[in-house]
Ligand binder design. Structure first.
Ligand SMILES: [Zn+2]
Ligand SMILES: [Zn+2]
Length: 262
């Protein structure tokens, strides 16, 4: 009897230890490293392989209708905007780009948690809604993609000079973002590679296709076209980044947009 009781107590202790251990592992999985900015992504069941390319997300899940992507918005590459932050030791570097008019804005990079809910099966919209200010999509490294406008819908004319060597910058709350080609991703993966997704679920590709650098004239008013891509051999509508404004998106979403929350 006494032995049996000890057995039960030991069993429960083991169970509690196992639960605690699982909880600790789960926490670690979802967290981004506080010094290097590297992230481990938790991927839910049923998530198609293409979305697993979003390596900068903290989690990617699906309910069968939407893909939900959570990210911290922290870039995994160096930036002058990491100056004075908790990540500065490993991620700060002085501006080393080529823009002679470079002018650092007063903001510093901070964690900004964003949840993107995008359609699993994107569809063309009957009415094309305008893209919002703030995140209109997410890049593979978890950095938000913004549209071609500055606050108040103004042109980016002045703001472009505050883009760092990787073509991004933080706004007032420290949310780092790209309005144009994320050079870190296109250097690493190629100029014709997948860059990310807009909120309507349609993918965004770099400026090259079949060995040709595309211009705005090659694209429709939403800044895309339909053709086969390396990831979608059967063809899909997709956006392309170009070197001239509007850079990533034109006159609003091609498809029916999902939602974004912060
Ligand atoms: Zn901006
Ligand atoms: Zn294309």
């Amino acid at each position: 009897m006494e032995n049996k009781l000890i057995g039960i107590v030991q069993g429960s202790t083991l169970l509690i230890t196992a639960i605690l251990l699982t909880a600790t592992i789960a926490c670690k999985k979802a967290a981004s490293d506080s010094t290097t900015g590297t992230t481990t992504t938790t991927i839910g069941t049923g998530v198609p392989d293409i979305y697993k390319k979003i390596y900068g997300a903290t989690s990617i899940t699906t309910d069968g209708t939407y893909i939900t992507i959570k990210a911290t918005s922290l870039p995994d590459h160096k930036s002058p905007y990491y100056k004075g932050t908790q990540w500065a030791a490993t991620l700060y570097e002085a501006y080393n780009g080529t823009n002679p008019l470079w002018s650092q804005n007063p903001n510093s990079i901070a964690e900004n948690d964003v949840t993107y809910k995008i359609p699993l099966n994107p569809t063309v919209a009957s009415t094309h809604s305008a893209t919002p200010l703030g995140p209109m999509g997410v890049a593979l490294n978890g950095v938000p993609i913004f549209n071609q406008y500055a606050a108040g819908g103004a042109a980016l004319t002045g703001e472009v000079n505050s883009f760092d060597e990787y073509d991004g910058h933080p706004q007032q709350s420290g949310m780092y973002h790209y309005h144009a080609e994320p050079y870190y991703l296109t250097t690493k993966n190629g100029e014709s590679s997948l860059i990310g997704f807009l909120l309507d679920g349609f993918p965004v590709y770099g400026p090259m296709e079949n060995g040709k650098t595309l211009t705005n004239a090659d694209l429709d008013v939403y800044h895309g076209h339909t053709s086969a891509t390396a990831d979608y051999p059967n063809g899909i509508y997709h956006y392309h980044i170009t070197s001239a404004a509007p850079y990533i998106n034109g006159n609003g979403f091609y498809g029916t947009a999902g939602t974004v929350s912060q």
